[in-house]
Design a protein around this ligand. Structure first.
Ligand SMILES: Nc1ncnc2c1ncn2[C@@H]1O[C@H](COP(=O)(O)OP(=O)(O)OP(=O)(O)O)[C@@H](O)[C@H]1O
Length: 325
């Protein structure tokens, strides 16, 4: 459905001169540096997938999303999405896509949310019956009723993001580009937005390309991860295979009756320890969780045990380190 081949984009940035003399000179002779934002990336995304597009700050994620949504024209390479070249067939293409840039709004600032939605209906020429169906569903599932008549500038960030997501879906697109959709949201709103993305993907088959720095978004949503660094695609695979590659691991937290007996169990590393609580990192390729717990209970009187997967952040940090990005 989405096929990207050798996509590249550079920006020419004017060098800033310091000092009055240099500034005056730069009015006549401009000096430029070239920033290679994207340097020949290739990937395919099948219909119905949720792909997490991740990478550190300045890696080129937003630039890619802008090219894929037809806002920016690349310097080289091809991109075919549902048979369209985004930046060439924009008028026909935009009917099939929804875009949310967490940092920007697509809503009109001073007018009530509902007026923005109606304007979008007219821009996208959405038939009345289809608009009503989508509108009712979005208002209900994103709980927009209490804020639908409020001007956008009076909304909180979380309220505005829910409206942004609704706005991007009013015309019933097949593909949704989400650039940091949960940025700045509180925990409840984050979970609501994630749940909603999951639902439209499962129930409506909407393909989702998601960029985010929140690894919980990735863990909750992405079938697949595309890692970008210094403009190149560095990793393309599932979160599971990434975890396996960097060592499967769990963390055990135990509470016990006060003790100072040693807790050196083979296959584990002691992360922290106090008189009544210890945290151990377990390499699950070397030790079985049940064995570790059995050995621990032989050393101390266990009061509580919690076993968790290692945080996804840890895996991603290792990945960034491996690629030196
Ligand atoms: N309009 C522009 N003019 C000049 N340089 C740009 C422009 N847009 C992006 N860049 C540069 O291109 C590179 C990639 O930027 P981009 O915004 O795509 O990164 P990103 O991965 O989305 O970063 P972040 O996670 O910080 O949002 C950066 O070095 C950035 O400074």
């Amino acid at each position: 459905m989405i096929s990207v081949e050798g996509l590249s984009k550079s920006f020419k940035v004017a060098k800033r001169s310091t000092g009055l003399r240099q500034a005056a000179k730069s009015l006549f002779v401009r000096d430029y540096t070239v920033v290679k934002a994207i340097d020949g990336i290739t990937f395919q995304i099948p219909s119905g997938e949720i792909a997490g597009y991740i990478g550190p700050n300045g890696a080129g994620k937003s630039t890619t999303i802008k090219m894929l949504s037809g806002i920016l024209v690349p310097d080289a390479g091809t991109c075919t999405i549902m048979g369209y070249t985004p930046w060439k067939d924009r008028t026909a293409y935009v009917k099939h896509i929804g875009v949310v840039f967490g940092q920007r709004t697509q809503l009109w600032w001073d007018v009530p949310v509902i007026d923005s939605f109606e304007l979008l209906r007219d821009i996208y020429k959405v038939p009345d019956a289809e608009f009503k169906r989508n509108f009712d569903l979005l208002v209900e599932t994103l709980e927009l009723q209490p804020i639908i008549h409020t001007p956008v500038r009076q909304l909180s960030l979380g309220q505005r993001m829910r409206c942004e997501i609704a706005a991007s879906l009013l015309h019933g697109p097949d593909i949704l580009f989400l650039d940091e959709p949960t940025i700045g949201l509180d925990a409840v709103s984050k979970i609501a937005v994630r749940q909603f993305i999951k639902t439209i993907n499962k129930e409506k088959g909407v393909t989702v390309i998601l960029t985010t720095h929140d690894m919980n978004d990735i863990e909750a949503l992405a079938d697949r991860i595309l890692l970008i660094g210094n403009g190149s695609l560095l990793y393309d695979g599932t979160l599971q295979s990434l975890r396996t590659r960097f060592g499967a691991g769990k963390t055990i937290t135990i509470d016990y009756r006060e003790s100072s007996d040693p807790l050196d169990i083979p296959g584990t590393t002691l992360v922290s320890r106090s008189a009544e609580r210890a945290v151990l990192a377990v390499d699950t390729e070397q030790a079985k969780i049940s064995d570790v717990i059995a050995r621990l209970s032989a050393r101390v009187e266990l009061l509580d045990v919690a076993v968790e997967s290692r945080p996804i952040e840890e895996t991603i940090v290792r990945l960034y380190k491996e690629y030196r990005i």
